[in-house]
Design a protein around this ligand. Structure first.
Ligand code: ATP
Length: 365
């Protein structure tokens, strides 16, 4: 099922009565989410992700715009008739019901032709329980399960009616680090197995990068970029997207294009074609640095963080506020008394942005 958003806008009355007016949570969003894919809705807190999800499932009315599931206009259809499954951060299971009863719950209100017998409901519950691998716990109460298991029950409950679209709002936030990792793989596996178009809201870029087919990056109710995770990481269209993706974060330096070359301070970084002379931001990904005593980029070594397979070399540069980080293979020994460090830079890891509007500036091929 393809999900299409046309000029979708949501304005709330301002919670601050003194200020009055409206807060625009989602602003004129046009988006086509492909059939059968896992889509990540990613952005910082307050960017409008949950509001967008709530409009897709029908819990919030759109102020303006349309929502289509394939050709069908669902904008004014109530949530229970849209055929969506929803999973929230706080599993929202009924504590007094068993796992089986929780999963069966959405099937009990089916009417007319859709009405199921007890045996049919049980069979469906067992089918989805198997899919999310909780079939051993069917007679337990939610309090007798771990957080990860409870979240799987919530997913099973949302799948039991075989929704047309599955919506997940920060489903991993209440889990510890190890369970988050495990459960996100689970979500990916379940999505691939069912083929249901799934929209996954998160503020965690690593989570979105690791499992989604398509990523939608938002800020202040506006979509900044849509694409495959790796493509967006390699080719962010503006400084916000570049900074939002990647750990450690991209290092951003004050730089300048002059005489056909890119400078950071006195250091000439590379030749430039097709960008006019101007002051710019230069973003360099942590994996873009190669230590070389004769390298062109001069910095001050501050320390080395051991990460296992790699190390983070921490350094400063007068054209960057605070610490910069480079990811270097762990055979780097460093030198306690040597404070100057020089780098060569990988060309495809250097991204240039306008100081005026923070948009990416592209060189001529
Ligand atoms: P988070 O990750 O913190 O949940 P989010 O990206 O999901 O954030 P939303 O919850 O969609 O963001 O909120 C978007 C904006 O709309 C915020 O500025 C928020 O304060 C505002 N907002 C959300 N719901 C309401 C409401 N019912 N009334 C007024 N303003 C609201």
């Amino acid at each position: 099922m393809k999900v299409v958003l046309e000029h979708l806008t949501k304005r709330f009355p301002n919670r601050n009565k003194k200020q009055g007016g409206f807060v625009t949570a989602v602003s004129d969003v046009n988006l086509e989410l492909p059939d059968g894919k896992l889509v990540g809705l990613l952005g910082p807190s307050g960017c409008g992700k949950s509001t967008m999800l709530n409009m897709i499932c029908g819990l919030e009315d759109a102020t303006e715009g349309k929502i289509y599931f394939d050709q069908e206009d669902v904008t004014n259809i109530p949530p229970e008739k849209r055929g969506v499954g929803m999973v929230f951060q706080n599993y929202a299971l009924y504590p007094h019901l068993t796992v089986r009863q929780n999963i069966i719950f959405p099937l009990q209100n089916l009417k007319g032709d859709a009405k199921l017998s007890k045996e049919e409901m049980n069979a469906k519950a067992e089918e989805v329980a198997k899919l999310v691998q909780i079939e051993e716990y069917m007679e337990r109460k939610p309090s007798e399960l771990s957080g990860g298991q409870q979240q799987r029950v919530a997913i099973a409950r949302s799948l039991v009616k075989m929704p047309r679209v599955l919506l997940l709002d920060e489903p991993l936030s209440n889990l510890d680090a190890r369970l988050r990792l495990q459960t996100r793989e689970e979500i990916k596996r379940i999505q691939v197995k069912t083929g249901i178009t799934t929209i996954f809201v998160t503020h965690d870029q690593e989570e979105a990068m690791s499992i989604t087919d398509v990523m939608v990056v938002m800020k202040d109710g506006v979509i900044h970029q849509v694409g495959k995770p790796q493509e967006i990481y390699d080719n962010p269209i503006n400084l916000f997207v570049a900074k939002f993706l990647g750990t450690p974060a991209i290092n951003v330096f004050d730089g300048e294009v002059k005489n056909g070359k890119l400078y950071i301070g006195e250091d000439c970084i590379k030749d430039i074609k097709g960008i006019s002379e101007q002051k710019v931001y230069v973003g360099i990904r942590p994996e873009g640095f190669l230590i070389n005593d004769a390298g062109t980029f001069h910095c001050r070594l501050k320390g080395v963080e051991v990460m296992g397979r790699d190390v983070n070399v921490v350094f400063t540069n007068p054209n960057h506020d605070g610490y910069c980080r480079a990811i270097i293979h762990n055979d780097y020994a460093g030198s306690a008394n040597k404070k100057d460090i020089c780098f060569d830079l990988k060309d495809n890891k250097i991204l240039i942005f306008s100081k005026e509007n923070e948009k990416r500036l592209y060189e001529e091929e």
